[in-house]
Design a protein around this ligand. Sequence first.
Ligand SMILES: Cc1ncc(COP(=O)(O)O)c(C=O)c1O
Length: 415
Amino acid sequence: MIANEVIVDLGAIRHNFFEIKRLAGPETRILAVVKSDAYGHGMIPVASTLESAGVDSFGVFELAEALDLRKAGCAVPILIMMGITLDEVSAVIENNLTVALFQQDIAEKLSREALEHGTVTPVHLKVDTGMTRLGVPSEEVADFLRNLLPLKGIRLEGIFSHLAVSDEPDHPFTAQQISTFLQAVEECKRLGVCMDAVHVSNSGGLFGKKGLDFGMVRPGIVLYGSPPAEGLGAATFMPAMTFRSRIIQVRTVPAGTSISYGCTYITRSSATIATIPVGYDDGYSRQLSNKGEVLVHGKRVPVVGRVCMNLTMLDVSSLQGVAVGDEVVLLGTQGKERITAEEIARKIGTISYEVYCTIGKSNRRTYYDSQINIKYTDEPLGKLRIVDDFLPPPKVIHNIYFPAYHRSMDSTKAL
Ligand SMILES: Cc1ncc(COP(=O)(O)O)c(C=O)c1O
C-alpha cells in the first residue's frame, strides 16, 4: 500500500492552459512557467502535456532545469529567467536555449561563443521596472542596448519585465511599471531593435488584463489551477494537485487525553483519534498543528495536537467506522468537500505557491489525466509504471503517456 501520494491531474493542467489561451486571446503566445519542478507538480510531465497542447515556450529559473527539459525531448524555446553565469554560456548555445539578459559580460561571451559555433543566440532583455530584483534598471536600458548592438552573435528576440503587485488588479504600481516598460520598448525601437517577444503578464496580469496586447504572456500559478490571490477570478481553472494519505492507527481515548508533543491538545470528552503517516517532512506544515483540516469519508475533520515530523493525529469522532487504511485527503477533493492550497496557505500565513512547491517536492508523485483516463507515475523518470489502487478509478487505460517526449524517453511501458 502506498501511504502518502501526490496525485497530479495532467488533464487539469491541459484544461488550464486552454483557459489561459481563451483569456489571453488567440493571437497571444504562451510562455508557460514550469520552474521549480512546475511548482512542485513535476516539470517533465507538465511540460510534456503543455507541449502536446501547443504551448509556445517555457520559462524555467536556471540552466539545470532547461537542460532537463531538453534531455527529455522538449523542442520549444526555453527561457532561463534567472539568466546565466559565464561558465554556462557553452551549454546555452549547444542546447539552443534562450537567456534572460541583463549583464554585459554575459552578452559578450554569448555572442563570441555563438559566432564560434556559427550560430546566433536568442536573448530576452530583462528590464527591472520596479521589482528591484533582477534586470537592467529601466534608466540604463538605452546604454545597455547601445553596447549590445555591435554583438553579432546574439539576437535580441524579446524584452520582458516582472510585475510586483499584479495580484491586486487596481494597484497603481502596475500601471507605473507598464509605463516604464513601454518606454524601454520604445527605446529598443528607436535604436532599430525590433523585439518579437514582449511580455510582462504573469497570472495576476492575465486576470487584471495587464499587458495582454503585448503578444506574449507568462503564467505560472493558474496553470496549476490556483488564482494568484484569493478571489482573483480562477473559477474556471482546475486545481491539479491532490495530496492523500491513509490512516495507520485508530483508537478511542477518554476525556482529558493529551495528544502529541507539547500536550497542546487535551480531549474534552471521549474521542476517536486517527493517526496518519504525514508530517512536516512531507510538506505538511507544523503550523497546521491544531489548525488544519483534512477529509475523511468525504467530511472535514480537524488536526489535533502538533504536527510531528512524520505523523499527524486527527479527531475523527464525528465519523462512524473509521478504520486503518481509510483514505485521507490533505489537499484536494474527496466526495463533495475540497481543501484548497489557498485554504492551507491562509492558515499558515503563506501563498498557494509555497504549499504546492513544498508538498509536491516532498512526496512520491503519481499522474493521471482526468480528460482521457490515463495514469502513470514519474518515478523513476523514464520507467513509467502504472499504479494500482487509484483515485478516481479510470474507466479506460490507454498505453500512451507524455506523448510529446515519448520518443526520447525509455519506452518501458507496463500498461
Ligand atoms: C519572472 C517570472 N515570470 C512569471 C512568473 C509566473 O508568475 P505566476 O505564477 O504568478 O503566474 C514568475 C513566478 O514567480 C516569475 O518569476
